[in-house]
Design a protein around this ligand. Structure first.
Ligand code: ASP
Ligand code: MG
Length: 414
C-alpha cells in the first residue's frame, strides 16, 4: 500500500464531466489499495476570470484582497470533486489551505510555503477518506489567505507529497508528459520516459511550461518522485527523478526556446570599476531581472555590455539603461526585441566535449547568426533572431538525435 498525491490542473477539472472523470481516477487509485490525497486547480480560465474582475475594480490592487478573490477558484473545485467522489460511494473531504494549514510567508500573490501541518490529512486518511486539497493557496502567520503564484498548484502538490513522505506525486495535465521540445514547433518531438530534476529545472525555466519551477525545486530538494501524466489517457507519462549514475545519460535530453526575451547593448562604456554595478544596480532597483550578460574585452578604454531581459520589462529596462548610460558617459544604447533564446539541455554533456561546438555548427549550417552565447554545466543557450526560432529548434532536435522514429506506413498501405 502506497501513499499517492495526485494533482489535477485546470483543464482536467474544466467542466463537470471532467471532474467526474477525475473522481473515477481517484477512486480507482484508492481501490488499488492506496491512500490518496488529491490537489486541484481552479477550473481552466477561472483564475484569469477572477483576476479580470480585480482589474475592473482597480489597476493597483491591494494584494491581500486580490488573494482573497483569486483563491476562490480552487474552493469551487475541491467541493465539487469531493461530492463527485462521494457520488461514487467513497468517502471524501475537502480542505482549503488554512484548514490543512499550509503555512506561507506573507508575500501575497507569490507566497512561499513555510510549513505544512500534516495532522488533519493523516486523520482523514485513517478514516479512509480521499483527501481533496485546494492548490495554489495557503495562509500566513496572521491568518490571511495567500496564493503561491500562477501555476502554484503544482507546488502545493509536491510540498504536500514531501511533508507526507508520499511514495509518488503525480501531476495530471493535458499533455502525456515532458517532451524533448515543444511539439507545436517540432512535430518530431518525443515524449521522454524520464528526465532528471536538474534538466527539468532548466527546461522549465527556459520556457517549457509543464510544471511550475518552484515545484521542481521542491521535488529535487526533498527527492519526491514526480510523474507528469495526462488525465485523458493511460500513458505512463514522464518520471522526473534523480540522476541515475549507473545509466549512460543522453548527451542532450531536450531543446528549449524562449521568445520572451529582449536584448539591450550599451556601447562604449568607460572601462572603469563600478560601471556594471551602477547599470545593473539601477535595473535591480526597478525589479528588472537580467538574464544573459556579456561584456566584451575593453579596447581604447571602452567596452560594450550586452544583456537580455524579459520582454515585459523591455521598456523599463531600456529607459533605465539610457539614463545610466548618459550618467556614466557611455556612447550609446541599442535595444532589440526581435530575439529568441534557443537552448540545448542535458546532464550527459557534463562529461562530454564538443556539444557546444556541434550546436554552433548546426545553426551555422542553417545560416542562423548567433548573437550571444551562455552556458552552464548542463545547458548551452544561443540568442538568435526570433524569426529563426522554429528552424533552429527543429534542426537541433534532429542533429542531437531526438526525433521520434518516422512511422512506417508501408505495412498498412498494402
Ligand atoms: N489556478 C491557479 C492558476 O491558474 C493555480 C494553478 O492552476 O496551478 O495559476
Ligand atoms: Mg499548471
Amino acid at each position: 500500500m502506497a501513499l499517492i498525491v495526485q494533482k489535477y490542473g485546470g483543464t482536467s477539472v474544466g467542466d463537470v464531466e471532467r471532474i467526474k472523470a477525475v473522481a473515477r481516477r481517484c477512486v480507482a487509485t484508492q481501490k488499488a489499495g492506496h491512500d490518496v490525497v488529491v490537489v486541484v486547480s481552479a477550473m481552466s480560465g477561472d483564475t484569469n476570470r477572477l483576476l479580470k474582475l480585480v482589474s475592473a475594480i482597480t489597476d493597483r490592487p491591494d494584494l491581500r484582497e486580490q488573494d482573497v478573490v483569486v483563491a476562490t477558484g480552487e474552493q469551487v473545485t475541491i467541493g465539487l470533486l469531493a461530492m463527485a467522489i462521494q457520488a461514487q460511494r467513497k468517502k471524501a473531504r475537502s480542505f482549503l489551505g488554512h484548514q490543512v494549514r499550509i503555512l506561507t510567508d506573507s508575500a501575497h500573490s507569490k507566497a512561499r510555503i513555510v510549513q505544512i501541518d500534516e495532522q488533519r490529512i493523516r486523520e482523514a486518511l485513517r478514516k479512509h477518506e480521499i483527501v481533496v486539497v485546494a492548490g495554489f493557496q495557503g495562509v500566513d502567520a496572521e491568518g490571511s489567505v495567500t496564493t503561491l503564484g500562477r501555476g502554484g498548484s503544482d507546488t502545493t502538490a509536491v510540498a504536500i507529497a514531501a511533508a507526507l513522505k508520499a511514495d509518488a506525486c503525480e501531476i495530471y495535465t493535458d499533455v502525456t508528459g515532458v517532451y524533448t521540445t515543444d511539439p507545436n514547433v517540432c512535430p518530431a518531438a518525443r515524449k521522454l520516459d524520464r528526465i532528471t530534476y536538474e534538466e527539468m529545472l532548466e527546461l522549465a525555466s527556459l520556457g517549457a511550461k509543464v510544471l511550475q519551477i518552484r515545484s521542481v525545486e521542491f521535488a529535487m530538494k526533498y527527492k519526491v518522485p514526480l510523474w507528469v501524466k495526462s488525465s485523458f489517457t493511460d500513458d505512463p507519462g514522464t518520471l522526473v527523478c534523480e540522476e541515475d549514475t549507473k545509466m549512460e545519460e543522453p548527451l542532450v535530453s531536450g531543446i528549449a526556446y524562449d521568445r520572451n526575451e529582449a536584448k539591450i547593448s550599451v556601447r562604449g562604456v568607460p572601462d572603469e570599476p563600478g560601471v556594471a554595478a551602477r547599470l545593473f544596480g539601477a535595473l535591480d532597483e526597478k525589479n528588472v531581472v537580467v538574464d544573459v550578460i556579456v561584456q566584451n574585452p575593453a579596447k581604447d578604454g571602452r567596452t560594450d555590455l550586452t544583456f537580455t531581459v524579459a520582454r515585459s520589462d523591455f521598456v523599463t529596462a531600456r529607459d533605465t539603461v539610457k539614463k545610466v548610460a548618459k550618467a556614466i558617459k557611455a556612447e550609446g544604447v541599442e535595444a532589440d526585441e526581435t530575439v529568441a533564446k534557443v537552448s540545448i539541455v542535458g546532464v550527459g554533456m557534463r562529461n562530454h566535449s564538443g556539444v557546444a561546438a556541434k550546436m554552433f555548427q548546426v545553426l551555422a549550417a542553417e545560416g542562423i547568426n548567433i548573437q550571444l552565447i551562455s552556458t552552464s554545466e548542463i545547458k548551452v543557450s544561443c540568442l538568435i533572431h526570433s524569426k529563426y526560432t522554429e528552424l533552429a529548434v527543429r534542426s537541433l532536435h534532429t542533429a542531437f538525435g531526438l526525433d521520434a522514429p518516422a512511422v512506417d506506413l508501408s505495412a498498412t498501405s498494402r
